[in-house]
Ligand binder design. Sequence first.
Ligand code: 5GP
Ligand code: ZN
Length: 111
Amino acid sequence: MANCVFCKIVAGEIPSKKIYEDESVLAFYDIEPQAPVHFLVIPKDHIENAGCVTSQNSKLIAHIFEIISKLADELKLKSFRVVTNSGTDAGQTVFHLHFHVLAGGVLGAMA
Ligand code: 5GP
Ligand code: ZN
């Protein structure tokens, strides 16, 4: 989608520090980490946010969680948090579905 920063990362038009990639999913480190380990896992296809998950694309979401589990294991994350902000009032700033994975040290309480 034009002017979507994460679509541009998927297309290679904006550089990113990639951790994992397959035909439908990309994982890369967040540019402004909020924890010692902070990466994002996104579908390559443009889906606006968690409010746009349907029976048509939910298998992709399950796949994303498989990848999160695999990466947590590979990166030896004993504890980690997965967050997705959906909508402006929830703090979403990039309107391409993404799952934050935060880890390292003791994370603060959820808001
Ligand atoms: P949101 O606020 O939408 O939940 O999360 C968007 C996240 O994307 C933020 O944590 C922000 O730091 C990250 N981000 C925004 N632009 C870029 C970018 O160009 N590259 C990377 N790696 N992360 C980005
Ligand atoms: Zn996009």
